[in-house]
Design a protein around this ligand. Structure first.
Ligand SMILES: Cc1ncc(COP(=O)(O)O)c(C=O)c1O
Length: 402
């Protein structure tokens, strides 16, 4: 009955992993090359924002993602804020986004004076459900803003159709999606490049990172020109740096959303390593996935779904327990032996701030269930296959004894 996993189940798991054996949920992968790049940039005086190194990194990202315009930012949150301001999203506008999403997305919408309208998710991918989103479209809706959770695509074709049908903007939160794609052959495109704007995060927990960092991906030249101004404190400094104007001045609304050359130097090395780091993560992801097949067949957990035509980047491996109580038990059992498994997004529609600011929110049953049952397992580039096997065995034990 246990097939290939019998050995795993019977393998001895120490009652507590020794500190050297502890398996964190994430470990950054910075080495000597990153150290050298940082020191070189520092010694050469490349510390300010939007400098030579940042421009090089933006070009590299264009090549990696196929986006026509890339702005490097201090975070994905900054990238979202730039795009919302540049697109004129503001008072009276509604923005459709998943409740199972990251809090900064809701915050930037509110900061612009617009209202986030929370949508339920598809149970397989935990990405915003287009049918649910369509039901929530009103005369005030201005923007569709799905998240590609775990580097796995939301139903982007459906969102493109909705955007066209109702005349809406489409932004993508592709924070977790470096080197994730949707489509085959000539139609294969990087997540974050399907709509009017997309953001990527280079936070320390992402597949490639620089501690804190982000990028805004754009295809439309007009929108990109306004975004450049918003990014540079409402000035035309970017045009000045290109030699297109001889002085720069205040030309519109904006903030301070540039990435320092120092962090870009670190990111430049990480982007070079990104294909190999991603391949490694995908391998570990697949090991988890194969390892949990039998547990899923037994009906004890649900594995993540990957839609047809998706090439994901192995960013997160998240199982779903059957119930909230089982989520608690499995997380506690894993943490007890030193495995850093965690829950993930808490539904935004049910958060104290949403209730206070936006009033009583409609129940979103799939989102609530997803948040109450998700188990995010350790996954990082430097993780060993044997560590994945230990985690799998620990989950089997916890799930079966429940
Ligand atoms: C889905 C999603 N969106 C946005 C963000 C924000 O990214 P950053 O920390 O770069 O602002 C994150 C960060 O974890 C995220 O997971």
């Amino acid at each position: 009955m246990w097939g290939s996993n019998a050995a795993l189940l019977l393998a001895p798991i120490p009652s507590k992993l020794s500190s050297s054996l502890k398996i964190p949920y994430h470990e950054p992968s910075y080495g000597a090359a990153e150290e050298r790049a940082l020191i070189k940039a520092l010694r050469a005086g490349h510390t300010g924002g939007n400098g030579t190194i940042t421009m090089r990194v933006a070009e590299k990202l264009k090549a990696m993602t196929g986006a026509k315009h890339v702005l490097m930012t201090p975070s994905a949150t900054s990238a979202m804020e730039i795009a919302l301001i540049a697109a004129g999203v503001g008072h009276g506008d509604e923005v459709l986004m998943p409740s199972f999403g990251f809090v900064s997305q809701a915050n930037v919408i509110i900061s612009c004076g617009a209202t986030p309208v929370f949508c339920d998710v598809d149970p397989g991918t935990m990405n915003m459900c287009p049918e649910d989103a369509e039901r929530r479209i009103t005369k005030r809706t201005k923007l569709l803003f799905p998240v590609h959770y775990a580097g796995i695509p939301a139903k982007i074709t459906a969102y493109k159709r909705l955007a066209k049908k109702y005349g809406l903007l489409l932004f993508e939160d592709a924070a977790q999606c470096l080197l994730s794609f949707q489509g085959n052959g000539a139609r294969k495109r990087h997540l974050g490049t399907f709509g009017d704007a997309g953001c990527i995060s280079f936070h320390v927990t992402k597949n490639a990172g620089c501690g804190e960092g982000g990028a805004l991906l754009l295809n439309d030249r007009g929108l990109a020109e306004v975004c450049e101004i918003v990014q540079e404190k409402g000035t035309n400094r970017s045009a000045f740096l290109r030699g297109q104007v001889d002085k720069y001045t205040w030309v519109g609304p904006g903030g301070s959303h540039v990435l320092s050359d120092l962090l870009s130097a670190l990111l430049e090395v990480q982007l070079k390593r990104a294909p190999a780091m991603t391949a490694r993560r995908v391998k570990l992801w697949e090991r988890y996935h194969a390892g949990f097949e039998e547990l899923e067949h037994l009906g004890l957990v649900v594995r993540p779904g990957v839609p047809k035509g998706a090439t994901h980047n192995g960013h997160i491996y998240a199982l779903r327990a059957r119930t909230s109580a089982e989520q608690d038990d499995i997380l506690a059992a894993l943490q007890k032996v030193g495995i850093g498994a965690v829950f993930h997004f808490q539904p935004l529609h049910a958060s104290p701030f949403a209730q206070e600011r936006l009033g009583q929110q409609q129940e979103l049953p799939i989102t609530t269930h997803a948040a109450e049952t998700i188990i995010r397992l350790p996954l990082f580039e430097g993780m060993k296959a044997a560590q994945v096997d230990l985690v799998i065995a620990a989950v089997y034990r916890a799930a079966i004894s429940d």
